[in-house]
Write a protein that binds this ligand. Structure first.
Ligand SMILES: Nc1ncnc2c1ncn2[C@@H]1O[C@H](COP(=O)(O)OP(=O)(O)OP(=O)(O)O)[C@@H](O)[C@H]1O
Ligand SMILES: [Mg+2]
Length: 609
């Protein structure tokens, strides 16, 4: 609901010349199509006007004077023109639609590519829903604007101009009267359409609010009942619903009023023409066919006027869509390679934090004067209270964010002198909620190293101890994992991501609370897989479970962005400080569990019951 709100609220109601220019620039590579379109639509609208003029000739020179050969001649011209007309219409609609789709494709591609380049900080600030609607509905709106905006505007402008020219040819005095009435009609129609559109937008906004109210009440039905909030909720719902009703009523009323108004103004113009034209006929200034053609032109003009008004109103929404798309494309990634950055190929040597300062938002420092040196091949465990800064430390190692002050060195070099790819391709990560991509298990393991053979994939899965569960699946390595891997359990997903990390043979291995939600058996498997992987890797392990970190070379207790304590498990237990109390508080339960597990093992009772 909030995402929809986000979109609706952002609507700007002004035309922005700059944005329109930029949209036009998107069409530049396809100028041949645009040219072809303009040519065809030009021919079609000229013919439209000629048709009416031909009818005038058919009446005046064929029917009224009874000239058969002339009548046949004119009708033949009429018929052959219709064929040209039909092909022209087909051609320009095809070209405009193609152009719209093509530009939509280009914009989506640009956005996708740009999103991959943007830094994490962008995604912190920007809701996923907002980005999604840029890529889907906003891009779609641009396509519509280009296709139908182009067709309707060009068609309307051409039709109006050509009709007016022909009117002047038939009778300039009458045409002059018409050209005075025309702007009034356009202004009225445009004003109407603008209001109608605003009213409908308001309806949409309220509708999404109401959906939200429904949603919250249905999903939270237990809480509603438990707290007997029914009456109050109904009252709130009533308010939203009646607001929606009033807006919808207004929108419907305005739309209903639109056509009759245009028709009344049109009919007045028609009346003026019949009155003035009739008088002109009596004095010989106009023929009957001429007056008929005039009336046709006028009725003809009403459509382009309505179209123009509608396009004008819709365009404002589309221009706002374009603005949002461009704001995404223009967003600069915060972290980019320096021009002289090098790809080290492998990351060897120590990882060092020197006086590192970091915050996500300026008013809330997370790390201050943080110093740490991790030796190559060392396993560091990070523990500590929630929000302490553990994930932040590994985010900085991955260079998803960069320090605001201070330096992080890898192998003695400031890591900003290395390329992002050079660093990130050397890091293997397994997260608490591991992310898999739709596709098969094999594709997921191969995700970071596309050239790996099937044998290498299997080897990695064996090392990660994922092989065992994979072979029990019906299709083995070719089993689909579903969107985000949701056909697998969390533990299975973690095993697959471990295999993925093993295959990538990283220099740095990072695990962020990866084993907190799996059963002890799976955890033991993951543990074994990790140990294989960590050989030769510099590793950062964030875990709450004691068993995972006990074997770490050093354990760091992170509290409020500082290292509160550091040492091996035995040292820290002996010290009876933070770690000790964390251990006794948080891990007592786990050791209990372990004791039970061990007892089960001794008695040879299967653990799975
Ligand atoms: N993307 C973000 N934007 C803004 N603030 C953030 C962001 N991520 C974390 N923080 C803040 O930074 C601080 C440290 O967070 P961090 O995620 O590093 O903690 P953590 O030690 O990993 O906690 P946990 O054990 O719960 O995972 C917290 O106060 C958190 O609110
Ligand atoms: Mg964390």
């Amino acid at each position: 609901m909030s995402d929809l709100y986000f979109e609706e609220e952002e609507f700007t109601s002004q035309f922005n010349g700059q944005t329109i220019k930029r949209i036009a620039q998107q069409a530049q590579p396809y100028w041949k199509w645009v040219l072809g379109f303009l040519l065809l639509i030009g021919i079609v609208s000229l013919q439209d006007a000629i048709f009416t003029y031909l009818s005038k000739l058919i009446i005046d020179e064929g029917i009224v004077v009874g000239n058969r050969p002339r009548l046949i001649q004119l009708i033949t011209i009429y018929a052959s023109m219709i064929i040209v007309q039909a092909s022209g219409v087909l051609g320009f609609i095809y070209l405009a639609a193609n152009l719209g789709e093509r530009i939509q494709y280009d914009l989506r591609r640009k956005m996708f590519n740009h999103l991959q380049a943007l830094s994490f900080s962008y995604f912190d600030k920007t809701p996923v829903g907002w980005i999604m609607s840029r890529v889907t509905s906003d891009a779609g709106r641009i396509a519509d604007l280009i296709t139908w905006g182009l067709i309707d505007t060009t068609w309307a402008v051409l039709n109006l101009t050509v009709s007016l020219v022909f009117m002047f040819i038939i009778n300039w005095q009458l045409a002059l009267v018409m050209s005075l009435i025309l702007p009034i009609l356009i202004v009225i129609a445009a004003q109407f359409q603008k209001r109608i559109l605003t009213a409908f937008r308001q309806v949409r906004k309220l509708n999404s609010k109401l959906t939200g109210v429904y949603n919250e009440n249905i999903t939270g039905v237990r809480v509603v009942k438990a707290l007997t909030r029914e009456e109050k909720n109904l009252q709130e719902f009533d308010e939203s619903a009646s607001h929606l009703y009033r807006s919808a009523y207004r929108a419907a009323w305005l739309s209903a009023l639109f056509l009759p108004t245009v028709q009344i103004v049109g009919a007045t113009a028609l009346g003026a023409i019949v009155w003035y034209g009739g008088w002109q006929i009596t004095i010989g200034g106009l023929t009957v066919g001429g007056l008929q053609a005039f009336i046709s032109y006028l009725t003809f003009m009403l459509f382009p006027i309505q179209d123009l008004a509608r396009v004008y109103a819709e365009m404002q929404g589309s221009v706002a869509s374009a603005e949002r798309i461009f704001s995404l494309i223009d967003a600069k990634p915060e972290i980019v390679d320096r021009p002289d950055a090098i790809d080290p190929g492998a990351i060897r040597g120590d990882i060092e934090f020197e006086d590192v300062e970091f915050y996500y938002t300026q008013d809330k420092p997370v790390l201050a004067d943080f110093n740490l040196r991790v030796k190559q091949g060392e396993t560091i465990a990070l523990v500590g209270p929630t929000g302490g800064g553990k994930s932040t430390i590994v985010n900085l190692v991955c260079r998803f964010y960069e320090p605001k002050a201070g330096i992080i060195r890898m192998g003695g070099l400031d890591y900003t002198s290395l390329t992002l790819h050079g660093i990130q391709s050397r890091i293997g990560m397994v997260l608490q909620t591991p992310h898999l991509f739709s596709g098969t298990i094999r594709e997921n393991i191969r995700y970071g190293r596309l050239d790996a053979t099937d044998a290498e994939v299997e080897e990695a899965a064996r090392l990660a101890h994922a092989h065992e569960f994979i072979v029990t699946l019906e299709k083995g390595y070719d089993s689909e994992v579903g969107e985000g891997g949701n056909l697998l359990s969390t533990g299975q997903k973690q095993l697959v991501s471990l295999a993925r990390a093993v295959l990538a043979q990283p220099d740095i291995f990072i695990m962020d609370e990866a084993t907190s939600s799996v059963d002890t058996l799976t955890e033991a498997l993951i543990q074994q897989g990790m140990e294989t992987l960590m050989k030769g890797c510099t590793s950062f392990i964030i875990a709450h479970r004691l068993s995972t970190i006990k074997k770490a070379d050093r354990i760091l207790v992170i509290e409020n962005g500082r290292i509160a304590e550091m040492g091996s498990h035995a040292e820290l237990i002996r010290a009876r400080g933070h770690y000790y109390s964390l251990y006794t508080k948080q891990f007592r339960q786990e050791t209990e569990q372990q004791r039970i597990d061990e007892a089960f093992e001794r008695e040879k009772i299967p653990l799975t019951i």
